[in-house]
Ligand binder design. Structure first.
Ligand SMILES: Nc1ncnc2c1ncn2[C@@H]1O[C@H](COP(=O)(O)OP(=O)(O)OP(=O)(O)O)[C@@H](O)[C@H]1O
Length: 610
């Protein structure tokens, strides 16, 4: 399948004249101008330049600059000299320009409660819990903690970071929880759990970043179970009280999976004589009456998707008066799909401080900026680069012409035994692929946001229980869903953003097992995302096919920057390795979504619903 990129380009029926990347960048930069235009000015230098601009005549360059603050600043940066009088190098200027763009975008989005902002409430000290690391660990010199982190490739950032703990029993979980873990075949904590659990159990706000399939769910579920247990034992929850903790997930399927994990743990505790802990699933497609019934008895934990959560809070089905633990799983995905506004609204239902934890495999700087106002002295726990793929996945990328893909799928399915997961961008393609596979006698099911809830559940459950060999899905199934033993993930198309690629292929190669991922690319994939892909493959020491190798990388000059420079590794906005923020497809896409008003439609339940 490997051929030279130029040759393939000429052969392709979808051939369109080549537009040089510099020209495309310029066009993209123009689109980004528009984003800058809608950003309110806040700082003094902005108002100064307003004054200057007012004195310029219409049509002069200064008049143009007055309506385009972002690039006005960027232009000035380009022209100005360094503060010490030295001429800034081209790379220095670009970095300053990028920092300005990022700052401007970050100002637009912050996870902050309007009520708290309005009242000027700012929490300065982290929450505390009664949990403490065992004395023998507390007494160890910091060099021991550093050595553990080094051994497990754990990077941390923040103040007074709790020490990593290498065994579940030293984390003081009840025996019933240790038994639950053992029954699941979980013997020792994974790196994100070694450091993430002590941080979250201590009550600290946290940002947890680790590979797909590395056990993040337990890292935020176990601390919630412990908190709920403690609160229930202190004072039992009665009618309409609770929850004490809230987990928000980007999809119904993921919310259900997380909720079931919490329920299983609660059941183990109950059977061992601990009090009952109740969990409600507040997501679309769930029987509301049943959930209201549980809520009426008092509830300890709620797992929710953003839309349904907002509606239930607005309807007063429950409140967050007692809620002390707020977790955003796959936080960046929720922001990407337009739920910032909903999340901001949810935060405004808290009327006191809470512990906030964010987890994902991809956590670009923009999400950390989004959450910063809501976090108090957060600890960042990072296992591997955010956005890097799991090293347990063999990644294969093949050039397949658009019209040949569906037939080639059959051949590709022979690579491994089932279960196999196939991803496609559009609901229409998902339906076509399923139909074709069924015709060919393959036991395939399909799920996407356009299907009825029962169909979605049937597809996911029958695939999970090995009754069906192949699941065909849109990205709705790519985030966080944990299917055991997936052998092969096939990307029928390359997603528009590299983060989606990371999440999609991350359905295989989970919890230490290996897997294969095959991705079809063709001329309809953008050059930016192909460059991102190329660098992801290089980073994971995978084979780079010649047609990817041959794509010119205009960002080569940044690669020699010292490791400490944040943008040395690519786009400071989305984390992609193959482009800079100025050419970020995600930023451009967000602009398009804003323009088309798609966000409101998604929140209302349209599109690939969550
Ligand atoms: N310490 C552990 N040892 C072995 N297996 C584990 C451990 N922790 C979790 N697992 C198992 O690993 C699988 C993947 O875990 P999980 O779904 O939490 O991954 P994740 O990091 O959240 O992935 P994603 O980024 O895709 O959401 C699950 O089946 C889980 O039961």
């Amino acid at each position: 399948m490997d051929q030279d990129f130029d040759e393939l380009l000429k052969q392709s029926d979808d051939y369109v004249p080549y537009v040089p990347i510099d020209q495309r960048r310029r066009e993209q930069a123009e689109r980004l101008h528009k984003i800058g235009r809608s950003v309110p000015r806040t700082d003094a230098s902005d108002s100064e330049s307003d004054k200057d601009d007012a004195s310029s005549g219409p049509g002069s360059p200064r008049a143009v600059r007055s309506t385009v603050p972002l690039f006005d600043q960027a232009l000035e940066l380009r022209l100005k000299q360094g503060q010490d009088g030295r001429e800034l190098s081209a790379v220095d200027k670009d970095l300053e320009e990028e920092a300005e763009i990022l700052k401007t975008v970050a100002r637009r989005k912050q996870l902050a409660s309007d009520r708290e902002l309005a009242k000027g409430i700012q929490y300065t000290e982290p929450m505390t819990t009664t949990w403490r690391p065992p004395a023998f660990i507390r007494d160890q010199p910091p060099t021991v903690a550093d050595a553990v982190r080094q051994k497990y490739h754990i990077l941390v950032d923040g103040e007074d970071i709790p020490p990593p703990i290498k065994h579940f029993r030293d984390m003081k979980f009840p025996q019933a929880i240790l038994n639950y873990l053992r029954n699941k075949g979980i013997q020792r904590p994974s790196p994100i759990q070694i450091q993430g659990l002590p941080v979250a159990l201590s009550g600290r706000d946290m940002i947890g970043i680790a590979f797909t399939g590395s056990g993040k769910t337990l890292a935020f579920s176990l601390p919630l179970i412990m908190l709920a247990l403690e609160e229930e034992r202190r004072l039992p929850f009665i009618r309409n009280e609770g929850p004490v903790g809230l987990i928000v997930c980007p999809s119904r399927e993921l919310a259900k999976q997380t909720c079931e994990g919490l329920k299983e743990m609660s059941e183990h505790l109950r059977q061992a004589g601990y009090p009952e802990l109740r969990t409600v699933l507040a997501s679309g497609g769930v029987n509301l009456r049943e959930q209201l019934n549980i809520l009426a008895h008092g509830v300890h934990m709620v797992v929710a998707t953003p839309g349904r959560l907002q509606a239930m809070l607005a309807d007063g089905n429950f409140n967050l008066d007692l809620c002390r633990y707020f977790c955003l799983d796959e936080a960046d995905r929720m922001v990407d799909t337009g739920f910032e506004e909903v999340l901001r609204n949810v935060v405004s239902y808290f009327n006191h401080q809470r512990q906030t934890v964010l987890f994902s495999a991809t956590m670009p700087q923009k999400i950390q900026d989004f959450a910063r106002t809501a976090l108090v002295k957060p600890v960042v726990v990072n296992v591997g680069r955010a956005g890097a793929t799991s090293l347990d996945i063999v990644q294969e990328v093949e050039y397949v012409k658009k019209e040949n893909r569906i037939v080639y799928l059959l051949e590709c399915l022979q690579k491994t035994p089932p279960p196999v997961l196939i991803f496609a961008e559009s609901q229409h393609d998902v339906d076509d692929i399923q139909e074709y596979l069924l015709l060919k006698g393959v036991e395939a099911v399909a799920t996407h946001g356009g299907k009825a809830q029962e169909e979605r559940e049937y597809a996911v459950n029958s695939f999970r229980n090995y009754k069906k060999d192949v699941l065909v899905a849109t990205d709705v199934a790519s985030k966080g869903l944990d299917f055991t033993g997936i052998q092969h993930v096939i990307n029928f198309d390359m997603p528009k953003e590299i983060e989606d690629y990371v999440h999609r292929i991350g359905r295989t190669g989970r919890s230490g097992k290996t897997g294969v991922a095959t991705t079809f690319i063709n001329m309809s994939s953008s050059e930016e995302v192909l460059l991102d892909l190329k660098h992801v493959l290089i980073e994971a020491k995978q084979r780079v096919p010649p047609f990817l190798e041959s794509i010119y990388d205009p960002n080569e000059r940044y690669r020699d920057l010292p490791p400490g420079v944040p943008s040395a590794t690519g786009c400071s906005y989305c984390g992609g390795l193959g482009h800079r923020i100025i050419a970020c497809p995600k930023l451009a896409q967000e602009r398009r979504i804003q323009d088309s008003g798609m966000r409101s439609r998604m929140v209302d339940g349209g599109g690939d619903r969550y």
